[in-house]
Design a protein around this ligand. Structure first.
Ligand code: BTN
Length: 306
C-alpha cells in the first residue's frame, strides 16, 4: 500500500487530498496519513498543504522508482549501519548481478583497513552486488572500472579535475571525495560475488573524517544531484565492465589516474615502500621504481602521494 500511495503521488498533477487518495486506493484517510508518515520517515519528500499532499519531484531522493528499468534491483534505506552488511546477506541469498543497496546515511559505515567511513546525510553511499564471472586473479577488474567510471562522472558533474589515487580513491588535489571497499566470495578459482561499496562525499561536510576529506559541494560550490551522479556512474560502469576487457579497463583507469609519474609512499603491513609510481600492470599492481633504479610491483597497501 505504501508503494501505491507513492505511485499515486508521483502520478498526481498537483496536490491531492488524503480523502481523494484514500478513495482511489480503497483505504481510509487515516490510513493514507499513516503511509505518508512512514514514507517521510524513509526520507521521501512528501509535503502537505491546504490542498493536500504532494511529492517534491526536484528533491534529491534515491528511490528505486527514480531508476527506471532497475526498480527491482534497488534497495533503499534512509538509515542503516552499513550497506556492506545488507549486500552481503543479499548476495548470500542469491541476489542477482547489479543489485544495489543504497543508504541515506550509515551509522557504522566501514572503510578500508578497518577504518570508519563517516556517512552523514547528503553523501552517496551504496554497495553493488556483482557476479562478474571472472577468475579470482581478475577480481580487480570491476573495482578499477568503478573508480575510472566515478572519476569521469564527477569530473562531468562538477567540472573539477578529479583523479584516481591508486588503487581506488578519488581525489581533487590531496582532498579525498570517494572511497571504495570490496568484499569477495569465491568458489574455487571463480568469483561467486564481489560486493563493491562506494562512498561519495556529495552535499555533506566530511570534516570529521579529517582535513584530507572534502565533498563536491565544498570543492565545486553548490549542491549536486546524487541521483544524477549515481545514474551517470551506473551507465559508465556497466558499459565498461560488460563492454571492455581487463586490459581496456586498465587503460581507462590509467587515463583517469593521478598517481602515475609521481613519487609515492605505500604502507603495507610490516613494510613501507617509497619510489616513483610508473604504471599499473594488468593485475592492478603498482609498478614502482625504487631510489636505486630497480623496479618492483606493489599489489596492496595504503598509497600516499608525496
Ligand atoms: C575507504 O576509502 O576506506 C573505503 C570507503 C567505502 C565506503 C562505502 S560507503 C558505502 C559502503 N558501505 C560501507 O560501510 N562502506 C562502503
Amino acid at each position: 500500500m505504501r508503494d501505491r500511495v507513492l505511485k499515486a503521488l508521483r502520478e498526481a498533477q498537483g496536490p491531492v487530498s488524503g480523502e481523494a487518495l484514500g478513495k482511489d486506493l480503497g483505504v481510509s484517510r487515516t490510513m493514507v496519513w499513516k503511509h505518508v508518515k512512514a514514507l517521510r520517515e524513509q526520507g521521501c519528500p512528501v509535503t502537505s498543504g491546504p490542498l493536500g499532499y504532494s511529492l517534491d519531484r526536484e528533491a534529491d531522493w534515491l528511490h528505486p522508482m527514480d531508476f527506471p528499468g532497475m526498480e527491482d534491483k534497488i534497495h533503499w534505506f534512509a538509515e542503516t549501519p552499513s550497506t556492506m552488511d545488507i549486500a552481503r546477506d543479499m548476495a548470500k541469498d542469491g541476489a542477482p548481478h547489479g543489485t544495489l543497496v543504497i543508504a541515506g546515511r550509515q551509522t557504522a559505515g566501514r572503510g578500508r583497513l578497518s577504518r570508519t567511513w563517516h556517512s552523514q546525510e547528503g553523501g552517496l553511499y551504496f554497495t553493488m552486488v556483482l557476479r562478474p564471472a571472472l577468475p579470482v586473479a581478475q577480481v580487480h577488474k570491476p573495482v578499477f572500472a568503478a573508480s575510472a567510471a566515478m572519476a569521469e562522472t564527477l569530473r562531468d558533474a562538477a567540472g573539477v579535475d578529479f583523479r584516481v589515487k591508486w588503487p581506488n580513491d578519488i581525489l581533487s588535489g590531496d582532498k579525498k571525495v570517494v572511497g571504495m571497499l570490496s568484499e569477495m566470495h569465491a568458489v574455487g578459482e571463480t568469483v561467486e560475488y564481489l560486493n563493491l561499496g562506494v562512498g561519495v562525499n556529495v552535499n555533506n561536510s566530511p570534516g570529521e573524517a579529517g582535513p584530507r576529506a572534502a565533498s563536491l559541494k565544498e570543492l565545486a560550490g553548490g549542491m549536486f544531484s546524487r541521483r544524477d551522479i549515481l545514474r551517470g556512474f551506473l551507465a559508465r560502469f556497466h558499459a565498461s565492465l560488460e563492454g571492455e576487457d581487463t586490459a581496456e579497463v586498465m587503460s581507462r583507469w590509467r587515463a583517469n589516474a593521478g598517481t602515475l609519474g609521481r613519487p609515492v609512499r605505500v604502507e603495507t603491513p610490516g613494510r613501507v615502500i617509497e619510489g616513483m609510481a610508473l604504471d599499473v600492470d594488468d593485475s592492478g599492481a603498482l609498478v614502482v621504481e625504487f631510489p636505486d633504479g630497480t623496479r618492483g610491483l606493489v599489489s596492496h597497501g595504503d598509497c600516499f602521494h608525496r
